[in-house]
Design a binder for this molecule. Structure first.
Ligand code: HEM
Length: 208
């Protein structure tokens, strides 16, 4: 059965575009989800992607365990009680504007930042011969470097490393195999941010 059609509300304190889509589709709760649930849902979603990508479950669990605070007590609390998806903002993974800036601090989409994606994109050709704008790994790395550079004075060193666990992972999960390699479709990324929706080609394969 595909995910429920009705969009569920998503906390503005969840700044992850991917998790926001999962909450909106009712695949994850808006508040607290156990680490097993988060890992299981993400693993099942990945498998619906082009080429059936597979992220290591242990890495997803580790991120979810550390997402609400790095002190051992908080990590243990997440491991036992689950990750608070509606309290990720201001947590250790929050780059506080040092990322793409597409979502502002209230999780509203900033149109100019969303449009800026296209500045890093180029024409791509899908396997079926369809032409569209897309971002391959090299273009995503260029964008992440530029995002880090423009955040000088308000960034942490770790922010550049955190980015490597965001856009390149989205490329793995939501990317399309193009004639010249894997790319993220700009249209699909726009939909992810604006409508909080993963591509229909993936959702139609997801069984609740
Ligand atoms: C337990 C799993 C996850 C947690 C706790 C998490 C958490 C977060 C947080 C807190 C941010 C905000 C960072 C910021 O704005 O500075 C973020 C951003 C992001 N995440 Fe996730 N995330 C998870 C899994 C994923 C997965 C599996 C993907 C890809 C499929 C993903 C893709 C992204 C992307 C693309 C961004 C946007 C960065 C930007 O706008 O520059 N996340 N995530």
């Amino acid at each position: 059965m595909p995910p429920k059609a009705n969009a569920h509300s998503v906390s503005p304190n969840n700044p992850c575009p991917f998790l926001r889509a999962l909450v909106s589709a009712g695949m994850l709760p808006d508040d607290v989800a156990s680490l097993s649930e988060v890992t299981e849902v993400i693993t099942r979603v990945e498998k619906t992607g082009d080429g059936h990508p597979n992220l290591p479950g242990a890495a997803i669990r580790a991120i979810a365990a550390a997402a609400n605070g790095l002190n051992p007590l908080q990590v243990a609390r997440n491991a036992k009680g689950g990750v608070q998806l509606n309290a990720l903002r201001n947590g250790p993974l929050d780059k506080k504007g040092a990322g793409s800036g597409i979502l502002d601090a209230e999780a509203n989409v900033v149109a100019t930042e969303l449009d800026r994606l296209d500045e890093f994109a180029s024409d791509k050709v899908s396997v079926s011969g369809e032409k569209e704008r897309g971002l391959d790994l090299k273009e995503l790395v260029h964008m992440m470097n530029e995002n880090f550079t423009r955040a000088a004075g308000r960034r942490r060193v770790i922010d550049r490393f955190l980015m490597d666990g965001e856009w390149p992972i989205l490329l793995k999960v939501m990317g399309k195999e193009g004639k010249d390699g894997r790319y993220l479709s700009v249209a699909e990324v726009r939909q992810l941010f604006l409508k909080r929706k993963l591509p229909e080609r993936m959702m139609s394969q997801f069984a609740l």
